[in-house]
Design a protein around this ligand. Structure first.
Ligand code: SF4
Ligand code: SF4
Ligand code: FES
Length: 301
């Protein structure tokens, strides 16, 4: 109950009993009518504010299921109500508040809170995103629904199994491969122009938002590396200091189910919280590969 209602009720009872409510409320101000009036207004204003603040409660419906107890429960959405007036602006802030105040069993990954580690990836109202970069939708008339990254095995609540995802990353050999020692014997140097070719690629935080939104990946998770791994493959193909560009491209294209499983649907680019374009990187690799192949072979792809 708000303090405004309490104050109102108290005054009513005081009047029935024939007492001056202002004096009852503020006995120390008995001989200061102006101060009593100010105090009364302050209480009512506070009550009004409290009433308005209550309208900022936002419902979050969060996916619950745990592999620890697979047969006990079916997956379900649990509602939590968060007071937005005392919460940070991002979805991760709301999750932190729920975990701290309402339900310590709520599980999700997070680390940096700055959009750098990529660990807080989840699905927010139908869009994959990292929760620390996603502003809360302040429309309190409808709930925000938070579920794990789609088409992944759930370990617990919002935590999914990324073992295969990291294995696919490993398969593109994401490290510098050279056949020659550095010219100065200390480090491999790169011109500013060559370094610029990595823009739009090196910023990837490997959050998996793109890969888990890709329908080609959903249907071929074992053969198709997915857009995140392919974006990194292109990052190393574009690397001027790397000596294995051709081999990298060949490894991606000798099996049709790798690079060419991409159907250019572009869900990946639409879901990247860092505004990168995995679809664009894949398209450039396809182009690079096609220009290196005889026309008969290209037409058969
Ligand atoms: S390309 Fe974007 S969505 Fe995909 S893993 Fe990298 S940062 Fe995440
Ligand atoms: S463009 Fe390619 S990688 Fe991106 S979502 Fe579509 S099929 Fe997947
Ligand atoms: S917590 Fe690191 S990206 Fe969100």
């Amino acid at each position: 109950m708000s303090s405004s209602l309490l104050s109102h009720g108290f005054n009513k009872v005081a009047r029935i009993l024939g007492r001056d409510p202002k004096k009852q409320n503020f006995p120390v101000l008995e001989d200061h009518p102006a101060a009593q009036a100010h105090a009364e207004v302050a209480i009512e204003t506070h009550g009004d504010i409290q009433n308005r603040v209550q309208k900022l409660y936002k419902e979050f419906r969060i996916f619950r299921w745990s592999a620890d107890h697979p047969t006990n429960n079916k997956p379900f959405l649990q509602s939590y109500y968060v007071d937005l007036s005392s919460c940070g602006a991002m979805v991760l802030d709301a999750l932190q508040k729920i975990k701290a105040k309402d339900d310590s069993s709520l599980s999700y990954r997070m680390s940096c809170r700055e959009g750098i580690c990529g660990s807080c990836a989840m699905n927010n109202d139908g869009t994959n995103t990292v929760a620390c970069l996603e502003p809360i939708n302040a429309d309190t008339s409808k709930p925000t629904v938070i579920t794990p990254l789609p088409h992944m095995y759930v370990i617990r609540y919002l935590v999914v199994d990324l073992t295969d995802y990291y294995q696919q990353y490993r398969s593109i050999e994401p490290w510098l491969k050279t056949e020659r020692p550095p010219e100065d014997g200390r480090e491999y140097r790169q011109s500013p122009a060559d370094r610029k070719k990595l823009d739009g690629l090196y910023e990837c935080i490997f959050c998996a938002c793109c890969t888990t939104s890709c329908t080609s990946y959903w249907w071929n998770p074992e053969e198709y590396p997915g857009p995140a791994a392919l974006l990194h493959a292109y990052r190393w193909i574009s690397e001027s200091r790397d000596d294995f560009t051709e081999e990298r491209l060949q490894a991606l294209t000798e099996d049709f189910k790798r690079l060419y499983r991409c159907r250019t649907i572009k869900n990946c680019t639409a879901n990247c919280p860092k505004n990168l374009s995995p679809a664009g990187a894949i398209h450039k690799m396809k182009t690079k590969h096609m220009f290196s192949e005889p026309m008969e072979k290209v037409e058969s792809l």
